[in-house]
Write a protein that binds this ligand. Structure first.
Ligand code: SF4
Length: 316
């Protein structure tokens, strides 16, 4: 075991400042991803900053008619919140499609957004992986890549983002509030939170060193039929091959985001103008730049068929 120190944060700003000045420090909340990574020797923090006492565990109405979700709200509690179930059905459904009941009881809102990819080569320290060890290469390119991304990829990494929740938050136009080590706050549109891999796949978000997510805000409800459809290799406790988060209005207009296809939740707002024309037209624009591997080209067709099914259900 690799030794590390531990303390409990007293405030978000103090936690952020500690993370900046302590080399190798990591935040821990639910621990559902980090502890696995530590056991495998993929994450080797020197210091853990426990956020669980910070009180960021409430869901509150905002003056604008939306909801502010504390960073430490557990996935189970968020999915079950009556306001989320009533007004943000796509989010509740996406949360319940993720992980298992036990994991959802521990996993937090911010941790869900920041979870690492499930690329099997990332988890195998005998394999080259630019995300785990920058500059070492990418074993997935030319390797087993059925689960991997089809769009927004690079020659350095073709991993997907594993979150279901983040896909729903993307279609809902959520914003992410943070505190930086100097105590200043900022708000990041969720569209901008996650990065594409480029040449630096180990840098997964735009968060600065030490910057701590404190909450996620949903704008006022978008209405419409809100659906989340996840296609996976088994019926539960599996990551998406493709997922679709959709909000469909009575007149056929709406919004759509895809999971399981890119390094971040994938949404192209311009493609949504084609929603009334059907799934094929939307998917052609959503995935126009797709460059699948020899093993995952099926995801392009699967995305179209899944969206088609969702649109049919919405009409029904
Ligand atoms: Fe690593 Fe990304 Fe390649 Fe997977 S796809 S092996 S995470 S660099």
């Amino acid at each position: 075991m690799i030794a590390f120190s531990y303390d409990r944060a007293q405030s978000p700003a103090e936690a952020a400042a500690t993370a900046l000045r302590t080399a190798g420090a990591k935040f821990i909340a639910g621990g559902t991803n980090l502890l696995d990574l530590m056991k495998l020797g993929i994450e080797t923090p020197t210091h853990l900053i426990d956020l669980n006492g910070l009180g960021l565990d409430r869901v509150e109405a905002t003056p604008e008619g939306g909801l502010r979700i504390g960073a430490l709200v557990r996935n189970t509690d968020l999915a079950a919140d009556p306001r989320v179930r009533r007004d943000y059905g796509v989010l509740s459904r996406a949360l319940l499609a993720g992980a298992s009941g036990q994991l959802r009881n521990m996993a937090t809102t911010a941790g869900n957004l920041l979870q690492r990819t499930r690329c099997p080569y990332f988890y195998d320290t005998n394999q080259a992986c630019n995300k785990r060890t920058p500059g070492s290469g990418c074993s997935a390119i030319g390797g087993f890549s059925r689960q991997h991304a089809v769009i927004g990829v690079s020659n350095a990494c073709i991993a997907t983002h594993p979150s279901d929740m983040a896909v729903a938050m993307r279609v809902l136009d959520a914003t992410v509030a943070t505190v930086r080590p100097d105590g200043s706050a900022r708000v990041i549109p969720i569209a901008d939170l996650h990065r594409l891999p480029g040449n630096t796949p180990h840098i997964e978000t735009v968060l600065e060193r030490g910057e701590l997510i404190t909450s996620v805000t949903l704008p006022k409800p978008a209405g419409g039929m809100q659906l989340y459809r996840k296609v996976r290799d088994r019926a539960s406790y599996a990551f998406a091959l493709v997922s679709v988060a959709a909000i469909v209005q009575r007149d056929g207009t709406g919004r759509v985001a895809l999971g399981g296809v890119a390094h971040k939740p994938w949404r192209v707002e311009a493609a949504e103008a084609d929603m009334p024309r059907g799934a094929k037209a939307v998917t052609q624009r959503l995935l126009a730049e797709a460059t699948p591997t020899h093993e995952n080209a099926f995801k392009v067709t699967l995305a179209e068929r899944t969206l088609s099914s969702v649109l049919t259900q919405a009409k029904g």
